[in-house]
Design a protein around this ligand. Structure first.
Ligand SMILES: Cc1ncc(COP(=O)(O)O)c(C=O)c1O
Length: 381
């Protein structure tokens, strides 16, 4: 494992972000999707330079972010993005909500595949649409998109699908053939696909990320991709993300976003995102090494101290989906674990109907924090 200097807990507790202010100091906070690593130096440099210039005004209408995102996509995934089809927005959530507002009418169905990132359902309800579930197929370890369930949902008057690619919380990196089949279904039924690719820079060794818009003409005709440096480089509070299209049809919807969307984006977020996507590869490689180490360490620690807990190594990101059902801790094991083990996890039942009995753990932390969390949970069993 490389020497990525991870601050001790006492220092992390000085951070003022949600992860460190939501729980008292005796709780190990492993829910909110922030990582505990120090900022990438090129990002820190860009931010320090901006502060030194008192450069805290509005984001400027420059092509910098579009060029940085497309340069990264070419290097990382051999994916060609036209910078003219990149639109800057404040965050992925706002990007998805604003596109949904334009492609669905109130009362329409929007499909998701639980267990999936909880706010997808909030965003769909925010635009007055209703959530249609087409759960992932299979069992832990063999998760896949359920193409039959998606076909039924698309045929039942859904107008959009929010794809999580890679899929939070199970860490599934969708195989190309599933994305091709999904695009065919979308084309057949006239369903817009909003592909949330926020975790894509954190695909771990052994897996290969496939950008949805790269798979076929159908995908490009119906697809929108959402990228940001906020997970990969831990910049969530700075507020900058990109909506990407690759065909005139979806671009028409993006063109209808408010001309003010750029000014609603964080200027520091744009500066940091440009630094991350242009100069952040070495730091990201170190983070990926730590996450790779941690996903193995988590598996070993659970096998040793909590063998009843089901865990399948995720292929992407820093989130683990833990199955507590055989322990008989009820639908919300995270509540019991917080109260008695003083470890904060996310409650699985919030990730859709299939999440009862599960909890999500953030392993974007020091290895010692991870082993301490497992030890605390094992002690209450
Ligand atoms: C799949 C997914 N999408 C979106 C977000 C939130 O992104 P943003 O803060 O850019 O809205 C997260 C945060 O964890 C996420 O996991």
């Amino acid at each position: 494992m490389p020497a990525l200097p991870i601050p001790p807990l006492a220092e992390l507790r000085l951070r003022r972000s949600a992860k460190w202010r939501t729980f008292p100091d005796d709780v190990l906070p492993l829910p909110v999707a922030e990582m505990d690593f120090p900022l990438a130096e090129p990002v820190a440099r860009a931010l320090r330079a901006a502060i030194d210039r008192s450069d805290t005004g509005y984001a400027a209408p420059t092509p910098d972010l579009a060029n940085a995102v497309s340069g990264y996509a070419r290097r990382a995934w051999d994916w060609t993005i036209d910078p003219d089809q990149v639109r800057t927005v404040a965050d992925v959530g706002i990007g998805i909500v604003e596109i949904l507002r334009r492609v669905v009418a109130p009362g329409d169905g929007v499909v998701i595949s639980p267990p999936v990132y909880e706010p997808f359902a909030w965003w769909i309800r925010e635009v007055g649409a209703h959530v249609v579930e087409a759960p992932l197929a299979g069992q832990p370890g063999a998760w896949r998109l359920d193409l039959d369930a998606l076909e039924r949902a698309f045929a039942g008057h859904a107008t959009a699908y929010v794809l999580c690619n890679p899929h939070n919380p199970v860490g599934l990196v969708h195989p190309r053939e599933d994305l091709v089949a999904l695009a065919e279904l979308a084309d057949r039924h006239g369903v817009h696909v909003l592909s949330d690719e926020i975790h894509a820079p954190l695909v771990l060794p052994g897996a290969e990320f496939v950008p949805f818009l790269s798979v076929s003409d159908e995908a490009r005709r119906w697809g929108f991709a959402f990228l940001s440096a906020s997970k990969g480089w831990n910049l969530a509070g700075l507020k900058a993300a990109a909506v990407i299209t690759a065909d005139p049809a979806p671009k028409r919807y993006v063109d209808r976003l408010s001309p003010h969307s750029l000014y609603r984006t964080g200027h520091l977020g744009v500066l940091a995102t440009v630094a991350a996507f242009t100069e952040g590869d070495p730091w990201l490689a170190d983070v990926v090494d730590v996450l790779d180490h941690n996903r193995n360490l988590l598996g070993e620690s659970l096998a040793r101290s909590l063998p009843e807990v089901g865990y399948v190594r995720p292929d992407a990101g820093f989130l683990a989906w833990l199955d507590f059902r055989t322990l008989g801790w009820g639908d919300d094991p995270a509540a019991r674990i917080l109260a008695t083990a003083k470890v904060a996890l996310n409650s699985g039942h919030r990730y859709g109907s299939t999440g009862a009995g599960f909890a999500r753990l953030n392993f974007g932390c020091a290895p010692q924090t991870l082993t301490e969390a497992v030890a605390r949970i094992a002690a209450i069993r």
